[in-house]
Write a protein that binds this ligand. Structure first.
Ligand SMILES: Nc1ncnc2c1ncn2[C@@H]1O[C@H](COP(=O)(O)OP(=O)(O)OP(=O)(O)O)[C@@H](O)[C@H]1O
Ligand SMILES: [Mg+2]
Length: 547
């Protein structure tokens, strides 16, 4: 039977205060609210007329000597009559309680209805901290549809928590996920489930780049001093695309020659993702240069041709400027990225670690744009929901807060953050520096899971992103243990602090560095280590060249 533990003394929208008198306090402390009594995070029932409202205790403080305690309670939903005489839980509160409304403990059956296990759309991620027994589930659709973020200092358990959540989703479903992994941290977590794309296997043809991305690769940003270079690239791209589309549309096309799906010269524009040949591009620029009557202008043409030479001869750019892209491989690129068909590998991992630093922004932008555009254009036939998960997001979705420069990646990810929900593209942001990730992206995340956070700037940023009702839980952030997290938002029934499920040892992020104490306790006698390391280092580069 639920026991009364207080009565409402103040109502401010969905936040209320309730007083526990001295007797109620002592019985609550002795366990009336569960094994550990009523504490921050506990569920309580507030009676509002005939309605039974669910609240979460967000703070609890003494009301003075022998006067009991005051509880701050956030109202999160309501119990409604369910099947077999039980009750179901519904988000949202239809009727606010009034002064004097009784506050009760929640029965086990009611607590169970809040975090229902029978629903097929939830995954189990851990146990609530307030009693150590309450199971906590994430609602998969709400989590992915409205985007999620996972924050925490280095070593707090972000990668492991992400692995626990994604593995729980992936093992049941033919999911379509793309994970950007700058440090190759997920190899163990998704062994056998992932198609891993490295510099050798990734394919992002240069002709799928939008004009501004192509300019960035050529290091001539449209708003920079390189106005003449920008004009030359524009002219040459349009001409080369038109030439290719003309052939593909039947002009001088022969069997076995490349075709461009869905292109006609009349519908073509600068940003159309249709093939063109670099040989045409080069020749057009040479022709334009040959007609110059001002020799000084030649520098701009030479600069582009030199950069083109650099891009086509450097193996690290082979995934974008390789000779294989004279063919129209757009369908293959999309299938590779989005896992169509899934064939037992529901997640694509893109290893960003080898990609030249200067081009990471463009790569992330193209990946986001391609997946988003595919979702938009496939909408008529029923889009394939896809989720993009960004590990170490502050590295490529950063924001200097000046508002002056928005990187290509932030622009493309921002579009997914704002409009992805409509087209079935979800976003997951993982970062140890939330205050450095673009706030326009984080503000669109409907569910936030935060592990231990110590840095004051990051704490302030996360506090701002959370509703007031989470303030009590937030106090614990700097002191959380590894694997402990606070979760709130669309993905969970109510904000709570939890211990995340344990990830099997084989699925944990690889510990590349053992303990300093352990490592330094003996001298290194095997100097072959250095030679072997240099070999691995060099052969990696060599491998890229060969591929
Ligand atoms: N759910 C979990 N199950 C098992 N071990 C865990 C879990 N969460 C954290 N750990 C332990 O804590 C260590 C650090 O976790 P993890 O690598 O996930 O943290 P991180 O926040 O991603 O760190 P970094 O910022 O350095 O990438 C792991 O190697 C693992 O031993
Ligand atoms: Mg990590």
């Amino acid at each position: 039977m639920p026991a009364q533990i207080g009565q409402v003394t103040e109502v401010t929208g969905s936040n209320i205060k309730a007083l526990m008198d001295a007797t109620q306090l002592s019985s609550a402390q002795s366990g009336a609210g569960g094994d550990q009594g009523v504490t921050v995070g506990s569920m309580v029932e507030v009676q509002s007329g005939t309605a039974r409202v669910l609240g979460i205790v967000s703070a609890i403080r003494s009301a003075g000597a022998d006067k009991g305690a005051v509880m701050d309670i956030s109202l999160v939903g309501q119990f409604v009559p369910g099947a077999n005489g039980g009750s179901d839980f519904k988000r949202g509160v239809a009727r606010w309680p009034s002064i004097g409304s009784p506050v009760l403990t929640v029965t086990e059956a009611d607590a169970g209805s809040v975090v229902k296990t029978t629903s097929t759309s939830t995954v189990h991620i851990g146990k609530a901290e307030f009693n150590g027994t309450q199971d906590i589930y994430l609602d998969v659709d709400n989590l992915l549809r409205t985007h999620f973020a996972i924050f925490g200092s280095s070593g707090s358990g972000k990668t492991s928590t992400t692995s626990v959540i994604l593995r729980a989703i992936l093992e049941r479903l033919n999911a379509h996920m793309v994970l950007l992994d700058p440090h190759n941290e997920y190899e163990g977590a998704f062994a056998g489930m992932t198609e891993r794309l490295t510099l050798q296997t990734l394919r992002l043809p240069y002709w799928m780049l939008q004009f501004k991305e192509l300019c960035a690769v050529f290091k001539v940003l449209p708003e920079s001093d390189y106005a003449s270079e920008v004009k030359i690239i524009r002219e040459a791209v349009v001409q080369a695309k038109t030439l290719y589309a003309g052939i593909a549309a039947g002009g001088v096309s022969k069997p076995g020659q490349p075709t461009a799906v869905g292109t006609s010269t009349s519908s073509l524009n600068l940003d159309s993702p249709v093939p063109f040949r670099l040989s045409d591009f080069r020749r057009i620029i040479n022709d334009m240069m040959g007609k110059l009557d001002n020799p000084e202008a030649i520098q701009s043409y030479l600069r582009i041709l030199n950069r083109l030479e650099e891009l086509t001869s450097d193996d690290r750019y082979g995934f974008m400027f390789g000779p294989q892209f004279v063919r129209d491989v757009m369908g293959e690129v999309i299938c590779q990225l989005t896992r169509i068909p899934v064939e037992g590998k529901p997640i694509t991992t893109i290893d960003l670690s080898d990609i030249p630093e200067e081009i990471v922004d463009v790569v992330v932008s193209v990946v986001f744009r391609t997946i988003f555009s595919f979702a938009v254009w496939s909408g008529e036939e029923g889009a394939v929901p896809t989720v993009l998960v960004c590990e170490e997001a502050h590295r490529y979705l950063w924001d200097d807060r000046s508002g002056k420069t928005i990187s290509l990646a932030v622009h493309a990810a921002g579009q997914v953050a704002k409009e992805g929900r409509k087209y079935g593209v979800g976003l997951g942001i993982i970062s140890q520096r939330p205050s450095e990730v673009s706030p326009s992206i984080v503000s669109q995340c409907g569910t936030i899971i935060t592990l231990r956070l110590g840095n004051e700037r990051d704490l302030a940023f996360v506090r701002n992103a959370l509703p007031d009702s989470a303030a009590g839980l937030m106090q614990a952030l700097p002191a959380l243990n590894t694997r402990e997290a606070i979760v709130f938002g669309q993905g969970v029934a109510f904000p709570t602090r939890l211990t995340v499920n344990e990830l099997p040892a084989s699925a944990r992020p690889r510990q590349k560095v053992k303990s300093f104490m352990e490592a330094w306790s003996n001298d290194i006698t095997d100097v072959g280590l250095v030679t072997r390391t240099i070999e691995r280092w060099r052969s990696r580069l060599h491998q890229i060249r060969k591929s």
